[in-house]
Write a protein that binds this ligand. Structure first.
Ligand code: CUA
Length: 315
């Protein structure tokens, strides 16, 4: 199959890393094989009928119509149908009880992600989902505005996120790696820039990561970062963003408590580094047209550097 796998595979349904995705990929490849077989035979017979000497035409036409046009496709399509039907019980069988529940809500144009870590306890993050390998996980999906659709092509099928309703999706990743999730339902201006990173990790790495996410934000160290925290509050960033352990408790935008531990920013559209962060804060709308966050164009270089220094310590 490698001929089909060209370029970046992090978003490919044909390079599955989960049980659901593997079944879908198998089904697709068998259907493709069956389709190619039918096409080859039908075209082969058509070519043959053109080049064969005229005297044999009547018998040949009968053979072509009955054999190539009816019997052969019926056989191939029936076997493909049986193959697909045999897969149904497997697809409908409830997966093993999920050991992990993750709440994800779609917001124009980013993802709020909450890990349930105990009775009424939740750790919130954004635009990045980390999962332990070989563990079934259940997603509870909702939307805070319009219909979005949650899809991690390498792990399984997609499910719509509907305002006022909770939909569910169980996935079972079976390979460590970094994959890409996307919004699969047109939801407005920045729909194409509403993505997220998915990191499937070993159980031990996952637990260590979750422990670190439960902690409040660390105190800034150094003059720039301390000034950055002061500025973050003075500019009102906390009205939209939460940084646990500080006064910032806004719920409009992504939780930034461990912002620097994330791979990307702006809902997985740019690598999370200082230059991109500077551009994001000062020229937000150039980076992501339609984004709800106002651009802070009036910050001078020092102010911008200090806010970036603060955010880069949130790991
Ligand atoms: Cu959200 Cu498209």
């Amino acid at each position: 199959m490698s001929f089909l796998l060209i370029g970046d595979l992090s978003q490919s349904t044909l390079d599955p890393a989960g049980h659901g995705a593997a079944q879908i990929a198998d089904l697709f490849l068998w259907m493709l094989g069956g389709g190619v077989l039918i096409w080859l035979i039908v075209v082969g017979l058509a070519v043959y009928s053109v080049v064969v000497p005229g005297g044999h035409r009547p018998r040949l036409t009968k053979t072509l119509v009955i054999g190539g046009g009816a019997v052969f496709p019926t056989l191939v399509l029936t076997s493909l149908l049986c193959y697909a039907l045999a897969m149904l019980p497997e697809l409908h069988r409830p997966p093993p009880e999920a050991s992990l529940t993750i709440d994800v809500s779609g917001v124009r144009w980013w993802w709020r992600v909450g890990y349930r870590t105990g009775e009424n306890q939740r750790v919130e993050t954004a635009n990045e989902i980390r999962l332990p390998v070989d563990q079934p996980v259940e997603f509870k999906l909702t939307s805070e505005d319009v219909i979005h659709s949650f899809w991690i092509p390498a792990l399984g099928g997609k499910v719509d996120m509907i305002p006022g309703r909770e939909t569910r999706l169980k996935l079972h990743p079976n390979r460590v790696g970094t994959f890409r999730g996307v919004c699969a339902e047109y939801c407005g201006t920045a729909h194409a820039q509403m993505a997220f990173d998915v990191l499937v990790m070993s159980q031990a790495d996952f637990e260590q990561w979750l422990r670190s996410q439960k902690r409040d934000a660390s105190e800034p160290s150094g003059r720039a970062a301390t000034a950055g925290r002061e500025l973050f509050h003075r500019k009102g960033c906390g009205a939209c963003h939460t940084i646990r352990g500080t006064d910032a408790g806004g719920r409009v935008g992504p939780d930034l408590t461990h912002f620097d531990s994330r791979l990307s920013l702006g809902a997985a559209i740019k690598p999370n580094d200082a230059d991109n962060l500077r551009r994001w804060i000062s020229r937000t709308h150039d980076v992501k047209p339609g984004v709800q966050m106002p651009a802070f164009e009036r910050l001078n270089q020092d102010e911008l550097d200090s806010i970036v220094a603060y955010l880069e310590q949130l790991n």
